[in-house]
Ligand binder design. Structure first.
Ligand code: HEC
Length: 211
């Protein structure tokens, strides 16, 4: 006996034929789009292969060749000073002056953009770190009347030079002043060794800072 087929009259009357294409065909992605996507992916991979510098951190930024990057690393040990200074800052200064250097309004003055920090010479701020500061002090047009601790006993010449170099050269603080050498700190430490009081603004302003 023949198995019943669709044509077999046993299947009964067929449903009216639909004119719409079957669902799968209606939503199928056109072949040209698949090919174009594939081509773009391939082009992207080739582009990265040629231009991403092997994904090395030093050369990943466009236009940064290793020689350019090396030229931007500070010379003569300033890099080490900044690294050490960052650590000192986190331990001894950030609690008041804040990690971003902006201080706290009415409480702790900012180091970011401070005219004291960015003075041509660091002679005043070396004194501030050695023996602290107290009383009214104006920074960026705001007057603070508080007291800063003294670090003469806790921090070495290298520590103070490092933290002040970190603060003065800190691009995130928008500071652009020059580095501070341990010898500069030592000279001021020796010259002020009998000091037993925090600095006042008037005393600090009497110290010349233009070079
Ligand atoms: C206990 C909070 C405190 C700590 C910690 C502290 N400071 Fe200060 N700092 C102050 C205050 C308060 C003043 C303003 C003093 C005043 O009102 O006379 C000041 C002033 C300054 C100034 C001069 C004003 C300015 O904003 O530029 C500098 C520079 C400075 N501090 C740097 C430092 C550095 C560097 C450290 C870390 C070694 C540090 N301070 C740690 C509270 C602090």
């Amino acid at each position: 006996m023949k198995p019943p087929t669709e044509q077999s009259p046993a299947a009964g009357p067929r449903p009216p034929e639909s004119t719409a294409p079957p669902a799968a065909e209606q939503f199928a992605t056109p072949m040209w789009l698949v090919a174009l996507t594939g081509l773009l992916c391939f082009w992207g991979a080739v582009y990265l292969d040629l231009n991403a510098g092997g994904f090395q951190a030093l050369v990943f930024n466009r236009g940064d060749r290793p020689a350019d990057v090396a030229a931007r690393v500070p010379k003569s040990g300033t890099g080490d000073l900044v690294t050490h200074g960052r650590r000192i800052y986190g331990v001894y200064c950030a609690a008041c002056h804040q990690p971003d250097g902006r201080g706290r309004p009415g409480q702790f003055p900012p180091l970011a953009g401070s005219e004291w920090v960015n003075a041509a010479s660091p002679d005043r701020i070396i004194r501030v770190v050695l023996d602290g500061a107290a009383g009214p002090m104006t920074v960026r047009g705001q007057t603070f009347n508080n007291a800063m601790l003294l670090w003469r006993a806790q921090l070495s010449d290298e520590d103070i030079a490092a933290v002040l170099t970190f603060v003065r050269r800190n691009a995130e603080f928008h500071n652009t002043a020059g580095p501070v050498a341990p010898a500069q700190v030592k000279a001021i430490r020796d010259a002020t060794q009998d000091r037993r009081a925090n600095w006042t603004e008037a005393e600090l302003l009497a110290v010349p800072v233009s070079e």
